[in-house]
Design a protein. Sequence first.
Length: 266
Amino acid sequence: MPANAMNEGRSVSVNDPKCTAAVELIHVSKTKPVVLGDSVTQLQVIEDVSFSVPKGEILALVGPSGSGKSTLLRMINRLEDPTSGRINLFETNISSLDVRELRRRVGMVFQTPALIAGTVADNVSYGPRLRREDCDPGEYLDLVQLERDLLHRPATALSVGQQQRMCIARALANRPEALLLDEPTSALDQTAANTVLDLICRLNRELGLTVIMVTHLMEHARAVGTQVVLLVRGAKIEEGPADAFFRGPATEIGRRFLQGELSNER
Ligand SMILES: Nc1ncnc2c1ncn2[C@@H]1O[C@H](COP(=O)(O)OP(=O)(O)OP(=O)(O)O)[C@@H](O)[C@H]1O
Ligand SMILES: [Mg+2]
């Protein structure tokens, strides 16, 4: 059976009240080749991970360094593909979508702001410009609470915190249904990080945006997450409401992780 056979003959839109899973991972595994001397071995980076992110939730994807968080996030945007398993976006297998359309619908923001050469306006209107659509970049600066005076400055002239908010504005200009954030606050000082965390909560609340945020900072996961998935050595260890996880993890591994006893374990 083709991987996307389940979607045949069905048309499920983001506004369909029956469709509540924004992103769904179904038995996703990923191996990566590692060269050791003359031989190549396959490293199991993600192992049979399944979970779903309900529409409008903020999922904090946490785990020790090297546990596979970035790999998982990158697969949702098809920067990498699973070795096996399936990922759905509003019940459509993402492998059946045009990659550009997928990346319009699912925005991604990285730890280090990824800048396009040019002004802030050039950066924010990048996606709509590629699609030859109109875009008022000032509207998106308003959304991330950056002054419109910055529009004609080179993007490189912004502070790192401002650049990160500009990258979020650039993703928003594509009118995405979900946002993937890979350690968006790790390169920022505490004040700039708090501004970005407040922004994530506000966008979620006001636009109903579904968010998956990878972070190794538990206070940041706690500040924004409504749901948590804990990944250790490529496997899902815990999944559930954030408040329950932070009150008391269901597993011994989860407890050890929150105690800081699992850092850098792989
Ligand atoms: N290109 C690659 N080739 C081989 N192995 C890789 C490659 N990229 C990542 N890995 C391995 O895959 C595993 C998962 O890496 P990944 O970057 O997804 O982890 P992470 O949880 O995001 O870690 P961190 O918190 O340090 O960012 C690690 O063991 C890493 O060494
Ligand atoms: Mg990572």
